[in-house]
Design a protein around this ligand. Sequence first.
Ligand code: KG4
Ligand code: ZN
Length: 340
Amino acid sequence: MKKKNYILGIESSCDDTSASVICNNKILSNITANQEVHAKYGGVVPELASRAHQQNIVPVVQQALEVANISKNDLDAIAFTRGPGLMGSLLVGTSFAKSLALGLGIPLIDVNHMKAHILAHFIENDTKIPPFPFICLTISGGHTQLIKITDHFEMEILGETIDDAVGEAFDKSAKILGLPYPGGPLIDKYAKEGNPKAFKFTQPKVGGLEFSFSGLKTQILYFIQKQTKENPNFIKENLNDICASIQYTIIEILMTKLKNAVKQTGIKHIAIAGGVSANSEIRKRLELAEKHWGWTTYIPDFEYTTDNAGMIAIAGYLKYLQSDFSDVSISATARLKVTE
Ligand code: KG4
Ligand code: ZN
């Protein structure tokens, strides 16, 4: 029988404090404390995030162990997010992981948050596991990247955003509409009742497999300013249609680039990762792509799309199998490429 390895994963790169216990490639627990404190500021306030992580980390880890029904002495290794992310936030998880690994006398494993979003696809559950090579579109609040994956830790960037990330495009558009942070899920919700063709926004002209979203944000801002000048109730009266039109434009940009990536590489195994892959429209469009273009698409469970420690735990387990451990002198880093 295969040996059972228990790894604790810790994620604290942005505004979610999360801990997860994995047994080989099966998740036993995945506990996340979201930070409500940022909503009224329209974005994550780094100092407040760091403080909230300090308050949350012990109870979150304790609950992850309880739900997994194991004691900390059963753990074989501790995996943590080293970067990229907010320095003050990363430091909380990094220091905690180091002390716990040192105290228990078990290996410490550093994980690249961007790789982890992709490796979440290797968690064993009801979803399909992609075969190599596959393409992953990572779409989150901080990143928009097309990656070719040839092995668990062999990744190549095919294209990425030259300005804002797609999550930012959702969140900033939502802010213009007066919606709280994070606005992505709200745009998704209102879009369900709206007409995606009601308002037309132009697509950015950026070549190759690169993305650009800052022009769209400005376009939306000017559009809303103009309309509300003529009718102060414009947003209220048209919220569903505005959201549906914004969402349609953003998803159209993503699908166009995905199509180009398939053409360029000949790879038809397509995965998505990151917070924005929770979006219902991209999920629908990928289902259609399976039917119409013969792609096989891989969409992670909702719980493993936004920032979570389950993805850190699976990345940790895959590194554990290679005895790829970190020295306790390792430090957190705000910047880290998916290929590093
Ligand atoms: O991966 P994630 O949790 O954090 C980062 O590493 O950035 O992604 C968060 C982003 C936010 O911008 C949020 O608005 C967006 O994911 N998001 C969505 C949806 N759910 C989360 N965007 C569009 N539709 C959604 N359903
Ligand atoms: Zn993330």
